[in-house]
Design a protein around this ligand. Structure first.
Ligand SMILES: [Mg+2]
Length: 232
């Protein structure tokens, strides 16, 4: 049996949070710094670490590990308070639950996440839409780990390799995501990238970024299985 590692992006790949994340980000930023976050780049594909340190720098606030930790704590708590809004305004993307279930029945497949969300909010969001059960959150790469997405992919591979005693690499690892950042982060680690055009990036954008395969959505479970498991 050959071990495979499937690393899912969360936002706009498995679910939509209805814009609540960016609202909570701004509220948490104000609570922690006393200032408005100002203009923020699009959250798609970026990590919470990157977004927060970028906003601090833009506001002329010194970055410190203590401030980052406090922000993540406040952000997670405030997001939890808004979970009813996430459920009301967001949704699981079509086919996401079926795809997770399908991979769970494939021998040797481990499923985790590489996400810009910090670990607490990654679990919270997926749980709200019934998508958490198939994911191993003890491994994975999270927005609290680093500002660079490729680093999150590397950490996810290292953590899974240690936890499962399997040297995951190359075609045995697949990142599934909706942005060019997901594709670039995968290829920086020499692993496969499946693009899903359910975010702001079009199929053409994801192909141009170098995606090995691009799917319009996760709706066709067989197509998702073929795209992810094909390591030829
Ligand atoms: Mg995404």
């Amino acid at each position: 049996m050959v071990g495979r590692l499937v690393l899912w992006d969360i936002d706009r790949t498995l679910l939509k949070a209805g814009g609540v994340t960016s609202e909570v980000f701004r509220a948490a930023f104000r609570e922690v710094t006393g200032q408005d976050a100002g203009h923020l780049p699009d959250f798609g594909g970026r990590t919470d670490h990157d977004m927060f340190t970028g906003a601090l720098s833009a506001q002329g606030i010194a970055v410190s590990d203590a401030l980052i930790r406090r922000f993540f704590d406040v952000f997670a708590a405030r997001l939890r308070e808004r979970r009813h809004d996430i459920v009301a305004r967001g949704c699981a993307l079509p086919g996401a639950g079926a795809a997770l279930d399908a991979f769970a029945s494939v021998p040797g497949v481990v499923q985790s996440v590489v996400t810009g969300n910090i670990r607490e909010t990654a679990y919270e969001k997926l749980s709200l839409f019934g998508l958490a059960d198939r994911i191993d959150f003890t491994v994975g790469g999270y927005g609290c780990d680093d500002g660079v997405r490729a680093t999150l992919v590397r950490l996810a591979i290292e953590r899974a390799s240690r936890a499962y005693g399997c040297a995951y690499a190359g075609g045995r690892v697949v990142v599934v995501g909706d942005t060019e950042h997901d594709i670039v982060g995968a290829h920086a680690n020499g692993v496969r990238a499946v693009g899903v055009a359910t975010g702001r990036a079009t199929s053409g954008d994801l192909k141009a970024a170098g995606a090995d395969i691009v799917l319009a959505s996760l709706l066709d479970t067989d197509a998702v299985l073929r795209a992810v498991l094909d390591d030829s």
